[in-house]
Design a protein around this ligand. Structure first.
Ligand SMILES: *Cc1c(COP(=O)(O)O)cnc(C)c1O
Length: 422
């Protein structure tokens, strides 16, 4: 089980044993690749939990969902599209939970049609579900009154957060559940993304208090997601043995109180996929701007938005074309091709441009944004009329295309020019 911090190299010639030159020769740049062996290892790390429920919003390609299904992982869906993705990937309906703070009308209809279990993040959802599906059983997502994340935007608890049912409203919700003939069988908390052990473990005691209010109808408790991964030198993993044992102790106390077994779920997104993913780009310009040197890539924030959204740090490596590696390091700013000054991969929260020490490189060399598997491709857009890039799964020494590069037809699909009198 990984606890120690990771070291990141700044020169890389292969990913999952496959030379970068081969990947690029076949798929071009920019391209996302995922190393399946890393995903498998992360699933194994969490084997102590009864149920691993993947929060697919982190990386929802059906090729990856399919493999997670085969590994015995179940799935969380937050929209009609994500439910349908899970089905297309091979998940059975009883392995899909719909988690949201609101039902749009289409989602409620689909939940009813498929009989999906729902994790309700608003009191109104209990009423709406009870009307549509009398006798349904639900999980309640509770906002424990506090939260924590790597950025204010990834904090999902506390009074500033729109997520979950406020912890003081649980008794009202139980009355509502009775009124609408809904059984509360699960309890869930998710306080944020990329948090730490201290904050994660505060959730245990908060959940225990609420669980005792809900009582013996409970059969499942969920620790939520939020497990961090190291993005830079010095950052560490959470001690998973310790984390599991905190939850297991809570679970056992509740089992004693209720007199029946409780299933313990964990609901990671980032943890399962972040480190598997790499965005490979080509350096297309190297230019000086006063005291700064810029490496400008063929990938931009439309391909990987975490830096512009959160000031997120991604480790970067260089792969020299034709393997003519140089060990000379230079301080550079790394940016993309978009017509917007925020299109910088080396920026801090607030948009401040930062320099990175990277190997000297030239136009035609490849630059790899690493630990890009979570909240990477899924946040990609067509901004600036750019085609979304391919996704490739690297598995057992083979390259599997799991999404082709978009074309101009994809770009304008659904658009039309109205009749004109001009
Ligand atoms: C986003 C989300 C997760 C996963 O969060 P990570 O930080 O990626 O582990 C889990 N549960 C819910 C309800 C979420 O919204």
């Amino acid at each position: 089980m990984p606890i120690a911090s990771k070291t990141f190299e700044t020169i890389r010639s292969e990913i999952a044993g496959i030379p970068i030159s081969e990947i690029v020769a076949k798929f071009g740049t920019p391209t996302y690749v995922y190393d399946m062996a890393v995903i498998e290892e992360r699933v194994r790390d969490l084997a102590a939990f009864d149920v691993i429920r993947y929060a697919q919003k982190a990386c929802s390609n059906i090729g990856i969902l399919n493999r997670l299904n085969k590994l015995g992982v179940v799935v969380d869906a937050v929209s009609v599209g994500e439910v349908k993705r899970a089905l297309a990937a091979g998940f059975e309906t009883h392995n899909i939970v719909f988690t949201a703070d609101v039902f749009d009308r289409e989602a409620l209809a689909l939940v009813k049609e498929l009989g999906l279990h729902v994790n309700c993040g608003s009191p109104d959802m209990i009423e709406q579900l009870g009307n549509a599906v009398p006798g349904a059983s639900v999980t309640l997502r509770i906002n424990p009154g506090f939260g924590h994340g790597h950025s204010q935007k990834t904090n999902t608890g506390g009074p500033q957060s729109k997520h979950g049912i406020w912890h003081e409203d649980v008794v009202d919700c139980l009355r509502k559940a009775d009124l609408y003939n809904v059984a509360v069988t699960g309890l869930h908390m998710h306080i944020g993304s990329g948090t730490d052990l201290e904050h994660l473990s505060q959730v245990c005691s908060a959940l225990e208090t609420i669980a005792l209010q809900v009582g013996r109808t409970l059969t499942t408790i969920s620790a939520g997601g939020g497990l961090p991964v190291p993005y830079r030198e010095g950052q560490t993993y959470v001690d998973l043995d310790q984390y599991y044992s905190l939850w297991d102790t809570t679970r056992k106390r509740l089992e004693n109180a209720f007199g029946h077994p409780l299933s313990l779920e964990i609901e990671p997104g980032r943890y399962l996929v972040a480190e598997s993913g790499f965005l490979i780009a080509e350096i297309r310009a190297v230019k000086g701007m006063g005291e700064n040197t810029f490496y400008l890539l063929d990938a931009g924030f439309n391909d990987l938005a975490r830096p512009i959204l959160y000031g997120a740090y991604h480790p970067i490596s260089i792969s020299h074309r034709n393997g003519r590696a140089t060990k000379q390091m230079v301080d550079v700013v790394v940016g993309g091709p978009l017509c917007e000054s925020g299109d910088i991969f080396t920026q801090e929260e607030g948009g401040f441009v930062a320099k990175r020490s990277l190997p000297a490189a030239s136009v035609g060399d490849f630059l790899i944004l690493e630990v890009a598997g979570a909240y990477g491709f899924v946040m990609a857009s067509n901004y600036n009329g750019r085609y979304r890039v391919p996704e490739v799964l690297l598995e057992n020494g083979k390259m599997h295309c799991i999404r082709t590069r978009e074309t101009f037809e994809d770009l304008i699909r659904g658009e039309m020019i109205p009749p004109s009198s001009l």
